[in-house]
Design a protein around this ligand. Structure first.
Ligand SMILES: NC(=O)C1=CN([C@@H]2O[C@H](COP(=O)(O)OP(=O)(O)OC[C@H]3O[C@@H](n4cnc5c(N)ncnc54)[C@H](OP(=O)(O)O)[C@@H]3O)[C@@H](O)[C@H]2O)[C@@H](O)CC1
Ligand SMILES: Nc1ncnc2c1ncn2[C@@H]1O[C@H](COP(=O)(O)OP(=O)(O)O)[C@@H](O)[C@H]1O
Length: 303
């Protein structure tokens, strides 16, 4: 099999993101629905939602469990926050799937998973949501425990070409039913297998990320640093990705841009604050400037 394409600024510029004209309103910039958070980790929803808006989406709705909805709404005044029934363990109740499917149809991109700690509830909710909303024509990003709703060979046909997943090595091991060490020994191979088996664009995260498609394409993004290995960092990546999808980027383009932007954001924070110790919440604010600079062809290293 051929080597993956190394993603550079030039590769990204050959895959331009949708442009937004001065006269456009926030709806035409894209509406993201972020289904995320839990009583223990409400911040996962916040970090992901910040990612969507910093990637340029016009609106974000956060759907989360009721007990954290008000504090989340106050923490993120730019978001509309919907409080949902919750399980005893503090996750979103799976019975909310039908209502969320209707919300998904009103969105331009849906993200499910960040900060969801009740894994069984998240699996049931995401499974029921995908079954109901797969035909809606909306792209989905599945992250963290929501990935448990996927089974190799069983992706709903309506989701094909619209599904992006963002597993770390542990999540990939669960998806493929192999040991985590086997994933770590061949992360590109795991990404390719998952892409083919799930008919999804796969972002295999870690030190240097791989992106693989069901059509057999593969990419390597060498940007980023160990400072990105911190709680919540993956939530911001998933949010940036969903924001680019909401703006109308194709799933593969959104994945490549999001991973690259996230990596370079980490490099810039490392340069200013130190190699480790910057916070996931600082990453999204780096994105607007980087987007403009990369699109304009300016060198993004430094500053
Ligand atoms: N968890 C968080 O603090 C935050 C999570 N966030 C988001 O939530 C989602 C799930 O993230 P994750 O880190 O729980 O999942 P993963 O990487 O698969 O590791 C699971 C393993 O790690 C352990 N473990 C977890 N946390 C630990 C801790 N603080 N201190 C010590 N151990 C800890 C855990 O042990 P357990 O709690 O089950 O005993 C299990 O063994 C994801 O979207 C993430 O970005 C963020 O929004 C912000 C803060
Ligand atoms: N050593 C590293 N170099 C570059 N990027 C890294 C490194 N370690 C982790 N990352 C990136 O940081 C993010 C961590 O995401 P994840 O493991 O899901 O964390 P969390 O679930 O806590 O948010 C991923 O985008 C991953 O690719």
């Amino acid at each position: 099999m051929s080597a993956p394409v190394e993603v550079t600024e030039a590769v990204l510029r050959a895959r331009p993101l949708p442009r937004h004209e001065e006269g456009e309103d926030k709806d035409s910039r894209g509406r993201a629905l972020v289904i995320a958070g839990s009583r223990e980790v409400p911040g996962g929803a916040l970090l992901a939602a910040l990612g969507t808006l910093r990637a340029g989406a016009g609106k974000v709705r956060i759907a989360t469990c009721r007990s954290v909805a008000v504090p989340l709404a106050l923490a993120m005044p730019e978001a509309r926050v919907i409080g949902l029934a919750e399980t005893a363990a503090g996750g979103i109740a799976p019975a909310e799937a039908a209502g969320l499917a209707a919300r998904a149809e009103e969105a331009d991109a849906v993200l499910v998973g960040p900060g969801m700690t009740d894994a069984d509830a998240a699996e049931a909710l995401a499974g029921a949501l995908l079954a109901r909303a797969a035909g809606a024509g909306v792209p989905f990003v599945l992250d963290a425990v929501a990935l448990r709703a996927l089974r190799p060979g069983a992706t709903p046909p309506g989701l094909r070409g619209r599904l992006v997943i963002t597993p770390h090595a542990g999540e990939m091991a669960t998806l493929l039913g192999i040991p985590r060490d086997a994933v770590l020994a061949d992360r590109l191979g795991a990404a390719r297998r998952a892409a083919a088996a799930l008919r999804a664009v796969v972002v295999m995260k870690g030190g240097g990320s791989f992106v693989a498609t069901p059509e057999g394409e593969s990419f390597h993004i060498a940007r980023g640093n160990v400072g990105l290995a911190t709680s919540g960092s993956g939530d911001t990546l998933a949010g940036i990705l969903a924001g680019l999808l909401a703006r109308g980027a194709a799933p593969l383009d959104a994945a490549l841009w999001a991973v690259f932007l996230h990596g370079v954001a980490g490099e810039r924070l490392a340069m200013r604050q130190g190699p480790v110790g910057f916070l996931a919440r600082d990453l999204p604010a780096e994105v607007p400037g980087l987007l403009a600079r990369i699109a304009a062809g300016e060198d993004d290293r430094g500053a």
